[in-house]
Design a protein around this ligand. Structure first.
Ligand SMILES: *[C@@H]1O[C@H](CO)[C@@H](O)[C@H](O)[C@H]1NC(C)=O
Ligand SMILES: CC(=O)N[C@H]1CO[C@H](CO)[C@@H](O)[C@@H]1O
Ligand SMILES: [Zn+2]
Length: 377
């Protein structure tokens, strides 16, 4: 007897229930070799069941004019990453300035939006608020050192935000630090609140604090780093990584050379303080880059890491990989111990450990300063 896989069962179920006839069809990639065509409401029920995917509707529509069902993703080049750290003093002096009070206040503000759902007016307002915070941080720097760009997605209003520090000697090498700014309430995304403190407000604020300290560092030295550093805050992650897919497919079309993409998503929940650790994701991530990230954790954090897996298309680093760029992801803990309140009204700030988020900020600062000055790409 052939045991049906979950996916063939899902495909079968969807062939029976066609959804509302007027609903827009979406094309979802649920594994390396499998596409599904579903309606918006079917897409939501998949999310509710915890199925993760890339929503490749836009990419498929573009590529279908050339080839049908393009599933062959570009191969990720094997870049050389440092095996040891070499900027210890610089990194430690910056991480000693991490300001947990600032992080708490910003997370409180960010989670006070009713929802950050990408199709809602609140979601747009949250993006605008974040953009104003970023401007406050970087506007003190000379204009030629940094730019802030609103990446317009055309099909929905909430934009992604790209902050770019152009490299001094090798600007073509791009190091991306990512997080997503949207949140979702899976029960009724259009109606119910979604504070999204951990998912994924925590990742956004973790990166905002790293951005603040990097800007201070650059302002002191008067120079950007050798390689380009970009902080990306993506719209619409919760709807099938729509925002980051849009950004990285446009980078690939422009032949940009992204040498690192490090994602921060869910950085603030600690289930057992006596065994506090971070979770290094080892499935669907780049081996060389992930090995380097472990070196950063060993050297700069006060807690250890545990290797863990999060499945196909589990966060925005997947969009980088899908476009031929090395991706890595560090989450708040071993996957089975992560926050169970996400995607609901209960994902609130009282369950968040700011000092744990600060540990994640150290990962970002270590990565940025070490790789920003690495000449091996
Ligand atoms: C990196 O930048 C520093 C400071 O601008 C410069 O002195 C150094 O030569 C650069 N390194 C490389 C490999 O270009
Ligand atoms: C991958 C991961 O654990 N990230 C969290 C934030 O968003 C994604 C998408 O909803 C979820 O899988 C996680 O809850
Ligand atoms: Zn989520």
């Amino acid at each position: 007897m052939r045991i049906p896989t979950v996916l063939s069962w899902l495909t079968y179920t969807f062939s029976l229930t066609q959804g509302f006839p007027f609903e827009e069809k979406r094309i979802l990639q649920v594994s390396d070799s499998k596409l599904l065509t579903v309606t918006e409401s079917q897409k939501l029920s998949l999310l509710k069941r915890g199925v993760r995917f890339f929503d490749v509707t836009k990419q498929q529509q573009i590529s279908n004019t050339y080839i049908s069902h393009r599933l062959d993703d570009p191969v990720v080049p094997e870049y050389k990453f440092p095996l040891t750290i070499s900027h210890s003093e610089e990194v430690k002096s910056l991480t000693s300035e991490i300001d947990m009070k600032y992080m708490y206040e910003k997370l409180a503000d960010f989670t006070s939006f009713y929802t950050r759902y990408y199709k809602s007016e609140y979601g747009l307002q949250a993006a605008e608020w974040l953009s104003s915070q970023i401007h406050e941080i970087v506007d003190v720097l000379p204009k030629d050192l940094v730019t802030v760009e609103h990446f317009d997605h055309h099909d929905w209003q909430q934009f992604s935000i790209l902050v770019k520090f152009k490299g001094t000697t090798s600007p073509e090498n791009i190091i991306v630090i990512g997080s997503h700014l949207d949140s979702i309430n899976l029960l009724f995304p259009n109606w119910l609140p979604a504070p999204g403190a951990d998912d994924n407000g925590s990742g956004t604020i973790t990166n905002l604090e790293a951005l603040r300290l990097l800007s201070e560092h650059i302002s002191k030295t008067g120079n950007a780093l050798n390689n380009t550093i970009e902080f990306h805050f993506y719209s619409a992650e919760e709807a099938g990584l729509l925002g980051s897919l849009d950004v990285f497919s446009s980078y690939a079309a422009l032949n940009k050379k992204v040498v690192t993409m490090l994602q921060q998503d869910m950085t603030g929940f600690v289930s057992d303080k006596s065994k506090e650790h971070v979770g290094v994701i080892v499935d669907y991530t780049d081996v060389g880059l992930t090995t380097f990230i472990k070196t950063v954790i060993d050297n700069y954090l006060s807690i250890p890491y545990i290797e863990t897996e999060c499945g196909y298309a589990c966060s925005d680093h997947g969009s980088a990989t899908k476009n031929g760029y090395p991706g890595a992801f560090v989450i708040e803990s071993e996957f089975k111990l992560t926050n169970k309140y996400i995607h609901s009204t209960m994902d609130t700030i009282d369950k968040i450990s700011i000092s744990h988020m600060a540990e994640h900020t150290k990962i970002v600062l270590g990565t940025v300063l070490e790789l920003g000055q690495w000449d091996g790409f």
